[in-house]
Ligand binder design. Structure first.
Ligand SMILES: Nc1ncnc2c1ncn2[C@@H]1O[C@H](COP(=O)(O)OP(=O)(O)OP(=O)(O)O)[C@@H](O)[C@H]1O
Length: 703
């Protein structure tokens, strides 16, 4: 034990995150103790201003593989069960007599992170190895659960934790169980939440309460060996147009620390089947409609944190019924990879298979829907019979298939239709033209809509990048309004935004390993690489550098496809000529490389004496539906944002008829052409939304 104490004390300089105690980590997530390459979240950055500069989450120097883990365990004569996402071993934190045959310590096969379900001790693969070494050295058969040293929380953090716990207790004790409500009131609440088909017995079984002051449903988080109350989720309902209801949720502790699989407290050790849903209300519906165990993911379809995987290991069959739209369907395919494909079956959303709550409301047979779920296991060869439902789903939901729409760039929606998973976007522009600034806003827009985003900024450091993003988020010069800093930083902190902390030249393999790791940990949907030149290496200058560049583009293409993650790659153009606009051929070394990209975007800069520095965005390739075009961008220096101009009429112009570089782009014109200029079909007038463009309005919206 003293060895461990020393080791951990001495490793404080890189043990992360330094501001949290192990206790907090135990309760919340499993953030690995890590080494060289790093990712950090805005909240760490924000805290950097206040505190130390080491609050980063790093990645293992050399990624661990399941073979390494197995070999190590065998070398220590440790028995293990090969589970779905984890290896199961007897817990070393309970004495040999008590643990008997129980394999309650789970080691994540991808990260090596471990969790003992009996004691809630958790830590990294290195921590576990340390513990095992100490046990062997001292010839002990178990260790105290307190063997791993934690970091004391700062006063501020202790107060925050205590405040949250108080809040949880207060809200919980002042909320009413449904059985305590008058019939009429209970009916009214149910009507408000559109849950009239959910019985009082189901609400009681899951411990759902009503918090009257905010008219919210309260879902409890019971956890730990003593099944104590660890947190709550509050759900409020607002009727929108017609019959539709918009739900708003808030959690205590805040969502990044809220790791409740709602419904897990009702699962027995003997249950071998579970239905995983995307919301607490869906779990109530599944439980009532099928009688099967069901759990809801704490953050819906946006992510499945690996910290939850050990709790799902006991199930031989996992049915993912995450909702009724394409986004849920995509998420269920991704999550089934983490859970182990062979035990997962998926409910395909569709007209007759809406989300569970809707299915219950419509009187459908939920058991039948679960039974009809399709195996997730991938087959390399499929027939159209297997594809026809997918094709039908895509035809039915063209808008969802087109991806997430930008709120700040309506013209981009008109040309590209949206931001889709698994695509590769290549972006270029002249040196210093504002590529980073523009892509930063483009990515921020998506991130604000829930697209989990990872930045690889090799050129400018993360503090500068985050400063740009925060300014774009707040849409104002924060230097002059420092009193508003915390207000905006608090909101910015909530974004699903992560940064790799690489700087300068990097090895492509290290970057890819890090991206892969982040996809697993945080369900990243969008990676931005700024810029590709930082992966070219300096050594092989004799090799054709464009061949190297094309190879790297190919590697990112493969990653995007395999990980179902959108990659945006910033590339410097091969050559810039003062009097010519850039073209697709200005970027790529070969036709093959331009073939790899799904979208090619060019930030054009006009070198005009009368109008210096005027920018426009040109889409020269769009694999999704072929539309290409160009629209002007206005740069607002105070907020570092780009927006389309609102003055003047939109002129139309056929791009295809002229060479790309021949004519200056007219002010305020928007053009759209089909199939990269081959078959020009439609020229559409831009219907720019005044509100989206007006900084004042946007500011209001953001607030
Ligand atoms: N449209 C614009 N008009 C004027 N200044 C701009 C514009 N866009 C960005 N800038 C400013 O120009 C500077 C360089 O921008 P940025 O770093 O985004 O360019 P870049 O194209 O990524 O540069 P590099 O070629 O070095 O990678 C920043 O200070 C930014 O605020």
């Amino acid at each position: 034990q003293s060895f461990l104490h020393q080791r951990h004390a001495s490793s404080q300089c890189f043990r992360l995150p330094t501001h949290r105690s192990v206790h907090k980590l135990r309760e919340t997530s499993c953030i690995p103790r890590l080494r060289s390459t790093e990712v950090f979240q805005p909240h760490n950055l924000v805290r950097n201003y206040k505190k130390d500069a080491k609050s980063t989450v790093e990645f293992p120097l050399s990624p661990i593989t399941v073979t390494d883990i197995k070999q190590y365990l065998r070398s220590k004569d440790i028995l293990f069960h090969d589970g779905y996402s984890c290896l199961h071993i007897p817990s070393i934190f309970i004495d040999a007599f008590t643990r008997k045959d129980s394999f309650s310590l789970f080691v994540d096969k991808t990260t090596g992170q471990f969790l003992c379900k009996d004691t809630l001790v958790e830590g990294s693969w290195e921590d576990l190895q340390d513990c095992l070494e100490v046990m062997q050295k001292d010839e002990q058969d178990s260790l105290s659960p307190h063997v791993l040293l934690g970091y004391p929380e700062s006063l501020e953090e202790q107060e925050e934790t205590e405040r949250e716990q108080r809040e949880v207790r207060e809200i919980w004790s002042s909320s009413l169980p449904f059985t305590d409500l008058h019939d009429e009131e209970a009916q009214l609440v149910k009507a408000m939440f559109r849950i009239t088909k959910i019985s009082n017995a189901t609400l009681k079984k899951f411990g759902v309460r009503l918090f009257k002051p905010t008219k919210s449903l309260v879902f409890p988080w019971f956890g730990g060996p003593d099944s104590s109350l660890k947190g709550i989720k509050l759900l409020s309902a607002q009727r929108t147009d017609g019959e539709k209801v918009a739900y708003n949720e808030a959690t205590v502790p805040k969502c990044s620390s809220y790791f409740n699989l709602f419904g897990l407290a009702l699962v027995s050790r003997m249950d071998s089947e579970v239905v995983v849903t995307g919301s607490e209300l869906d779990t109530l519906a599944v439980s009532q409609g099928t009688g099967l165990p069901s759990v809801a993911l704490p953050r819906g379809v946006s992510c499945l944190p690996p910290a939850l995987l050990p709790y799902l290991e006991q199930f031989k069959r996992v049915t993912l019924w995450l909702g009724g739209d394409i986004r849920s369907w995509e998420a269920s395919k991704l999550f089934s990879r983490k859970l182990g494909l062979r035990r997962c079956t998926l409910v395909r959303p569709g007209e007759f298979q809406p989300c569970p709550l809707e299915a219950l409301s419509q009187g459908k047979n939920l058991s039948r829907i679960v039974k009809a779920s399709i195996p997730a296991a991938h087959k390399s060869i499929v027939s159209f019979k297997q594809l026809r439902e997918d094709v039908y789903g895509e035809l039915m939901n063209t808008d969802q298939v087109a991806g997430v729409k930008w709120t700040r760039f309506p013209e981009l929606n008109r040309i590209l239709k949206g931001h889709r998973k698994g695509e590769l976007t290549v972006f270029t522009g002249p040196t210093g033209s504002g590529k980073t600034t523009f892509i930063s806003e483009l990515a921020l827009d998506l991130c604000m809509q829930g697209v989990n985003t990872l930045w690889g900024s090799f050129e400018i450091n993360n503090v500068r990048l985050a400063k740009i993003m925060l300014t774009q988020f707040a849409m104002q010069r924060l230097e002059e309004n420092l009193e508003q800093y915390d207000f905006w930083a608090d909101r910015f902190e909530e974004l699903p935004l992560y940064f790799m902390t690489f700087h300068g030249q990097q090895n492509i393999k290290t970057v890819l390993d890090t991206m892969q790791h982040a996809v697993y940990l945080y369900d990243i949907n969008h990676v931005i690489i700024d810029n590709l030149q930082f992966m070219m290496g300096q050594e092989n200058l004799s090799v054709d550098k464009f061949a190297v560049q094309d190879h790297i583009i190919g590697v990112f293409r493969k990653f995007a496809t395999n990980s179902s993650c959108h990659v945006t790659l910033i590339i410097h153009p091969r050559k810039e000529e003062d009097d010519r606009e850039l073209q697709t051929a200005s970027i790529f070394g070969s036709a093959k490389a331009s073939q790899e990209a799904d979208n090619v975007l060019i930030l054009q800069e006009k070198k005009l004496v009368t109008c210096p520095g005027r920018r426009s965005l040109q889409v020269t390739k769009n694999r999704f539906d072929g539309d290409v075009g160009i629209f002007p961008l206005d740069f607002i220096k105070s907020s570092l944002t780009f927006s389309t101009p609102i003055k003047g009429k939109h002129k139309l112009r056929k791009v295809a008829a002229k060479p790309e570089n021949e004519e200056e782009v007219q002010e305020n014109e928007v053009t759209v052409k089909k199939d990269e200029g081959k078959k020009e079909k439609a020229t559409k007038t831009a219907k720019a939304s005044q509100a989206a463009k007006c900084p004042a309005n946007r500011n209001e919206k953001a607030k």
